[in-house]
Each structure stands twice: as C-alpha cells, then as structure tokens.
Design a protein around this ligand. Structure first.
Ligand code: ARG
Length: 452
C-alpha cells in the first residue's frame, strides 16, 4: 500500500518499479520545515476564512503533535510515504481524521517543497556561519599562541619573504570572514516565501501569500508564482558558499599535511585528532586534513551536478529538481563536518616551525639601496648577482660579510649586514596590512572585536 496524494484519476496503484525509481528519502530532513510551513499555511487559511476556527484549531493541534514527534525523533516514516509532504499529511490524518484533507487547500507540493528547502537553508546557513566563527576563533587563538614566531612565507612553494606565522594563520580568517558574508548574502535572497504560488499559477481561492510570508517570519513573498516554484538558484548559491568555504579549508588542509611532514616539522597535532598506520608503528597521519581536501572534491562535483540539473529545464517545476536535495545535503554535511574537524585539529596544534633561510631577506637588501636612490630594477640585479657569487663560493646569505656587500655595490653600508636577519626583516615591515608585527597586532585586535 502507498500513501498517495493523487490516486483519483488512476485505475491502478503505482508499480513497485515506479515507486523504487521515483521515491527519494533524502527530503525526510525537511520534516520540521514541512510542519512549520503547514502551520503557517493553516493560520493563513483560517484568517482568510478558507478554514473555520475549529478546523484550523484541530489541524494546528495535530501539526503541533507531529512537531513534538519530530523533535523527539519519534516521527515514523512509512515505506509507503511518497515524500515528506505526504508523510506529514498521512500522519495528520491518523491524528485528526478527515479534516486533514483540508490542509492542502490552495497549495501544491511544488510551492511546499520550495518553501521547505528555503526554510531549511536559512536555518543551516545560520549553523554554518556559527561553525565558521568557531573556526575563526580557533585560528585567532592559534595566532595569539605563536606570538612573534617568524617563518618563511612562500610563493611557488619557494621561501619568499619572512612573515610572522600569525600573519599566515590569520590569512585564513580573512577567507573565512568572506565565507560568512557569502552565507549572509545568500540568506537575504533565500528569505522569500513561495507559499501561495501553488503548482505554478496561484489559485482561484482568496489566499494571502503576504500573510503566509509574515507568519513564517520571512522577509516577503515571491513576485512571480512560476519563478517561485521553478527557481533553485538559491540552492546553487548556498552550495557554492559551502564549496568555496571547503576549498578554502582544503588549502589550509594541505598546509597542515605539509607542516606535519618530517621535512617541514612545523606543527604537531593532538594524538586524539590524528590516526596511526596499521602497518608502520611510527606513523601519525593527518587524516582530518586529508579528508577535508577529499570532501572539497566531492562538493565541487555535487555543485557541478546542481548546475547541470537546472540547465535547460523548462519552466516550471520538473521532477528532475528532486535530485537537488541529495546533492545539496552532501555538500552541506561536508562543510559542517570539515569545519568541526578542522577547528578541533587547529585547536590541538602545537607550532614549532623552523626559521626561514636568510635568503628571504634579499628584498630587504634591495630596498636598502632603493632608500639611497638606486632604481629598484638595478638594486634587484645587484643583490641577485651577489647571491649568485656567494652561491658560487658555496656560501649562503647568512655567511656574507660586509666586504661581499660593498663589492656587490659600494652604496651598501656596514650596518646593512644586520638586514640579513629574518626576524629583523619582519620588524621593519611597515606597510598597512602587511606581514609586520604591528599589522598582526592590529588584525588580532579587529578580529577579537568582530568575533566576540
Ligand atoms: N519530492 C519532490 C521534490 O523534491 C516534491 C515535489 C513533488 N512535486 C510534484 N509535482 N511531484 O521535488
């Protein structure tokens, strides 16, 4: 037996093959949103006189009882429920009898599922923003913990300039703050009620979509009923917000993997947040970071699927759209999980990075000449040539003498030798927002205020 909302014109019940192929249980996650939408719908129907006060009271009580079951994880789905919408209506019928048949007045599953998904995403956007903030706080704490530790900053994965490790860590807070903005942004566009659009063209009944939106606490109603049931761009946008955040996390994840190598040895993560090898007793593996990268890959694939799903679909609702939920939830779960795990991993980190190679101060030497009026291009060549000479003699910049400097260019002064200290290079860094100690202190001050 099946619970169908559409038996009337059919001479026989659905074949098992049809049922197995078309029914997708991933919408069960929308249970609470579905009930919330129905509660608002009932209230609107009562206000417009489409339901009597008694009927509305009965339906509301029934729906509230179902919400209590949902809250207590006690709601039982039946294999015969076609989707979450029919499951709720079926249960309502069990609880309040015949009058349950009035719930779907002036409504279609098309505007219903569109609403459920918007409500769900508005709630989960809030949760992801919370997760991103926790992540930011963990990064800020790590940055505070490492103090003035100086490391090499890299371009092309080659040591480039000395930077405070804190500055490097805080770069990920800048990315995460934009990720938060993306969720806030898509939430604004998502905060629109499709309820009242019906199947696609509205209704001959005196519905009040504005009131439905108001009862739901949403910013407003749809402008065009066909768009209301057909649109899924907010789903793509939300999925992109998740995927971009995962892509950012995956960059940090790669650095976490790199930094734990024997070759780098910059960080140790907590034992409880790393895994061992079944074969090699010495191994301590950064699986959380690796799987964060892996989940980002999955999210990119699912996001692409969501775009392909909408491409070329004619107006308005098409059953293809049912596929949006499994993809969306996979992406959303990937971010939720990665945020929690990466936040914990960073929280467990002990940093002990090796100092940069003194060659990272080459730019400082060139800039010393620039301050004496030498064109930068020439200064760059002078320092490059000196490094080549040193390397030819098997020496590095840390072994250079004042004689080497003066030989390279007579405008070098004895005090310039001290410029080859990486920590000194960071101390002299004074451009706003740059990798100097003062800039890091300012970022920490701003971030602390913004995040608490
Ligand atoms: N399960 C469907 C979905 O997720 C619900 C809407 C069904 N509407 C319909 N006309 N069959 O898209």
């Amino acid at each position: 037996m099946t619970t169908r909302m559409w038996g009337g014109r059919f001479s026989e019940g659905p074949d098992r093959i049809l049922w197995d192929f078309t029914v997708d249980h991933s919408d069960r996650r929308l249970l609470r949103e579905d009930i919330t939408g129905s509660l608002a719908h009932v209230a609107m129907l009562a206000e417009t006189g489409l339901l009597s006060g008694v009927e509305a009271g009965t339906l509301t009580k029934g729906l509230q009882a179902i919400m209590t079951e949902a809250d207590g994880n006690a709601f039982r789905f039946l294999e015969s429920d076609e989707d979450v919408h029919s499951a709720v209506e079926r249960r309502l019928g069990e609880l309040v009898g015949e009058v349950a048949g009035k719930l779907h007045t002036g409504r279609s599953r098309n505007d219903q599922v569109a609403l459920d998904l918007r409500l769900y995403l508005l709630r989960s956007a809030g949760a992801r923003i919370g997760g991103l903030r926790e992540f930011c706080l963990a990064m800020v704490e790590a940055a505070e913990q490492v103090g003035d530790t100086v490391v090499a900053g890299y371009t092309h994965l080659q040591q480039a300039q000395a930077v405070p490790l804190a500055h490097h860590l805080l770069a990920y807070v800048s990315t995460a703050l934009r990720d938060i903005e993306r969720f806030e942004d898509v939430s604004r566009r998502m905060d629109v009620s499709p309820l009242g659009a019906g199947a696609l063209g509205g209704s001959s009944l005196p519905l009040d979509p504005d009131r439905s939106a108001e009862l739901l606490g949403m910013a407003g109603r749809y402008m065009n009923s066909m768009d209301a049931v057909a649109a899924r761009d907010h789903v793509s946008e939300y999925a992109f917000a998740c995927t971009q955040a995962l892509v950012h996390l995956s960059r940090l994840a790669t650095e976490c993997v790199l930094w734990t190598t024997t070759e780098f040895g910059w960080v140790t993560f907590g034992d409880a947040l790393t895994t061992g090898s079944s074969a090699m007793p010495h191994k301590k593996n950064p699986d959380i970071a690796e799987l964060t990268r892996g989940r980002a890959a999955t999210a990119i694939g699912q996001l692409t699927g969501l775009m392909a799903l909408q491409k070329g679909l004619p107006m308005t609702y098409n059953r293809d759209l049912q596929e949006d939920k499994a993809a969306l939830f996979t992406i959303d779960d990937a971010l939720a999980g990665a945020l929690e795990a990466m936040t914990a991993l960073i929280g467990s980190a002990e940093f002990h990075p090796s100092p940069p190679d003194p060659s990272v101060t080459a730019l400082d030497l060139a800039e010393a000449l620039v301050e004496r009026g030498v064109p930068f291009r020439e200064a760059h060549r002078v320092v490059g040539a000196m490094l080549a000479t040193l390397a030819g003699g098997g020496r590095s910049l840390s072994e250079a003498t004042i004689a080497d400097l003066v030989e390279a260019d007579p405008r070098f002064e004895p005090a310039d030798l001290s410029l080859t200290d990486p920590a000194g290079s960071v101390s002299r860094r004074r451009s706003t927002g740059g990798a100097g100690f003062a800039s890091v202190r300012e970022q920490l001050r701003i971030l602390r205020r913004r995040l608490t």
